[in-house]
Design a protein. Structure first.
Length: 105
């Protein structure tokens, strides 16, 4: 497995929300609803991260029908980065779960 730039949790969550076209409020809402309120991302943080993701060419401004709201979507490059990050996070979860099970025995 090749090493990619590791995503912060906020970058990961925003990219995960952008597997479908979404605008800022919908991104924040989806993350909060999916995590049952455990994770919230404020507008200032989110738009700072969106600028970084646009610069990296991991997301792009999606040409949606609602001109009042900017809608974003993962690029192919962004999809590959997210897929790689999911693999890494699964491995680290497995490590933690295994360690917790072993410590109970």
């Amino acid at each position: 497995m090749k090493k990619t730039e590791q995503l912060t949790d906020s970058m990961f969550n925003i990219m995960a929300a952008l597997t479908k076209p979404r605008h800022g409020y919908a991104i924040m809402n989806l993350i909060e609803e999916t995590t049952k309120g455990a994770i919230t991302i404020g507008p200032a943080s989110m738009y700072t991260i969106i600028k970084k993701l646009l610069k990296q060419e991991w997301i792009y401004l999606y040409d949606g029908s609602d001109s009042r709201r900017k809608t974003y979507l993962l690029t192919e490059k962004g999809r590959r980065v997210l897929e790689e990050e999911v693999k890494i996070r699964k491995l680290t979860l497995q490590l933690a779960e295994t360690g917790l099970k072993e410590s109970e025995e």
